[in-house]
Design a protein around this ligand. Sequence first.
Ligand code: MLT
Length: 306
Amino acid sequence: MKVLVTDPIDDAGLDRLREAGYEVETNYEAAGDDLLEAVADANALIVRSGTDVNEAVFEAAEDLVIVGRAGIGVDNIDIEAATDHGVIVANAPEGNVRAAAEHTVAMAFAGARWIPQAHTRLKDGEWAKSDYLGYEVNNKTLGIIGLGRVGQEVAKRLDGLGMDLVVFDPYISEERAAQFGAELIDDLDDCLEASDFVTIHTPLLPETENMIGEEELALLEDGFLINCARGGIVDEAALADAVENGPMAGAALDVFAEEPLSADSPLLDVDEIVVTPHLGASTEAAQENVAVDTADQVVAALNDQP
Ligand code: MLT
């Protein structure tokens, strides 16, 4: 049995597969025809967010049983095509949740205290102490868009730092929100208007694509937007404009509609927008967790286990 791995995963996951007796082929450059060729005799495919697992991949991979996603988001996998070809898609929904939540908190502080901007100027030899007056999170309202696994971990952490929490999430009850010390608001605009900081924790789905555009951003008077979930949920040109010329104080983004982010992106021209290259899950612990969880799912699927 061959397991093809097309995005880097932690060695702990690769070892697990080898110990189970599988041939493990890593091919991190595979794309286009090369990917189709590599997957042709694979029984399992393991990816992160870098491989586009589209219809052509399922067409080419006649022996494929499972696509394992070493991470949460499955927006790079054509689930309908997988279903049509009888292929299981399994993500690793737990292992990087804490890493993503911690990165979100770090981004809130990076944005609100101008840490990257001040760091860059000090490294350049400039003592710009008087240029940076920050915002405290204490006593501010945090709007959480999506109270799933990551949203819940963010709620726990920022509640502990003295923030008031409000939540917009059509899939949870008032009682569930209250368990995290949050008030459920059933209208997105009202949630944005009530918030000083807004953090997004939804998947990218047809109903969340471009969910935050010019009109929604206009509601964030003096506000900060943090997105460590998925690109494509926020209109990036509108965000750049809302921070540079409009009402917003700043933003911190780890994810983008197109990744890698183009050097021409308007986001890069706005000093009050902090960016990181999709690092939310990039901790040693998280990468080991998701690699092992994914390997276990592959082993189970190849052994006809649930
Ligand atoms: C995820 O969906 O798990 C994260 O975006 C991390 C990643 O795999 O890059």
